[in-house]
Write a protein that binds this ligand. Structure first.
Ligand SMILES: [Zn+2]
Length: 331
């Protein structure tokens, strides 16, 4: 298909700078299918062995119709698939990583130049913990998702009858912003309570600034603050524990809603979870920042306050880390 594009480009006649150009309309009708292309970059710094990366990803993805990978630029790759099923499966399985480097991927749209694709977001499954029963609705989940990032969709198993310890939502995370740790929520007339977020298969993130893609050893804050002022409000506890992969023998008959094939992709994701990141080994539950107020009576995107712009009148310290005061609220 790429060769079709090249062929089409050859049909365009170009004159000198002053002259005009005539573009054959066929160029727009060519069979080049941008939907089968994905652009990607690694968010972690460091060199990537292109040859090894190609093979590793191909093994992880196992695309039924194959994949071609091209290095467009330094840390910019074009993945060409040959069937919609393969693209979909790979995109559903994001984030992928190679050699402990997380890959940000985006599907190419028709007419889009792969060199200018926005690669600053990453879709993740987020577990919403400690949500009260009365709040378990799609509307609430959507509102929460749009607070965490951009809500993509809800897990089909969220409302399948059996009791769920947590709700799962797919959220597009802005890689320039810190991961959200929790959020305050209430029903009109009721008391506030906290819900906590755990991220499935999240690549390494910084315990100091909460941003995905670097560890605390490489945080810019180290150069901006005195060592005594450095705190780590984020930690390993924000990682969702691995979901069990080996099913006990009775699973076949247990109607627990998790034995279906829809979980196969998740299990695969878990198996490639980035386990390294020495800096993420210490899981300090310290530091509290200005927390967020959300009036659940109006759970909409616009009503979701950002962690950084929350109401300072509420400063309850749920984690008991009162030694870390409001001086660091601006993170
Ligand atoms: Zn950082």
């Amino acid at each position: 298909m790429a060769s079709n594009l090249v062929q089409a480009m050859n049909n365009i006649s170009l004159e000198n700078e002053e002259g005009g150009r005539e573009i054959n309309d066929d160029v727009h009708n060519q069979p080049f299918n941008a939907n089968l292309f994905v652009v990607g970059r690694f968010i972690n710094k460091g060199r990537v062995n292109f040859e090894a990366m190609q093979h590793t990803l191909a093994i992880l993805w196992k695309p039924g119709k194959g994949v071609s990978i091209k290095e467009l630029d330094s840390n910019l790759y074009l993945f060409q698939f040959y069937h919609e099923i393969d693209v979909k499966r790979v995109m559903e399985g994001c984030p992928w990583s190679f050699n402990r480097k997380a890959l940000v991927m985006s599907r190419l749209k028709q007419g889009q130049n792969p060199r200018y694709v926005d690669l600053n977001t990453m879709d993740l499954w987020v577990q919403i913990r400690d949500l009260k029963v009365g709040f378990m609705s799609e509307t609430v989940l959507k509102g929460i998702g749009n607070y965490v990032g951009n809500y993509v969709r809800s897990c089909p198993s969220n409302f399948t009858g059996v009791w769920r310890e947590y709700m799962r939502i797919r959220v597009s995370i802005d890689l320039a912003k810190p991961l959200k740790r929790r959020m305050k929520i209430k029903m009109a007339g009721d008391a506030w309570f906290w819900i906590n977020f755990k991220y499935e298969n999240v690549p390494s993130f910084c315990f100091i600034c909460g941003i995905v893609g670097h560890s605390e050893r490489f945080c810019s804050q180290l150069f901006e603050k005195a060592e005594s002022e450095i705190v780590k409000p984020y930690g390993e506890w924000m990682r969702a524990p691995l979901r069990r992969q080996v099913k006990p023998i009775g699973a076949k008959w247990l109607r627990n809603g998790e034995s279906g094939s829809k979980y196969a992709a998740d299990l695969q994701i878990q198996s490639k979870r980035n386990e390294d990141d020495e800096s993420n080994q210490d899981s300090e539950k310290i530091g509290l920042y200005k927390e967020v107020l959300m009036d659940s009576a109006d759970i909409t995107e616009t009503k979701m306050a950002d962690e950084n712009s929350g109401n300072s009148s509420i400063s309850k310290n749920v984690y008991g880390a009162s030694t870390h005061g409001s001086a660091r609220l601006s993170l």
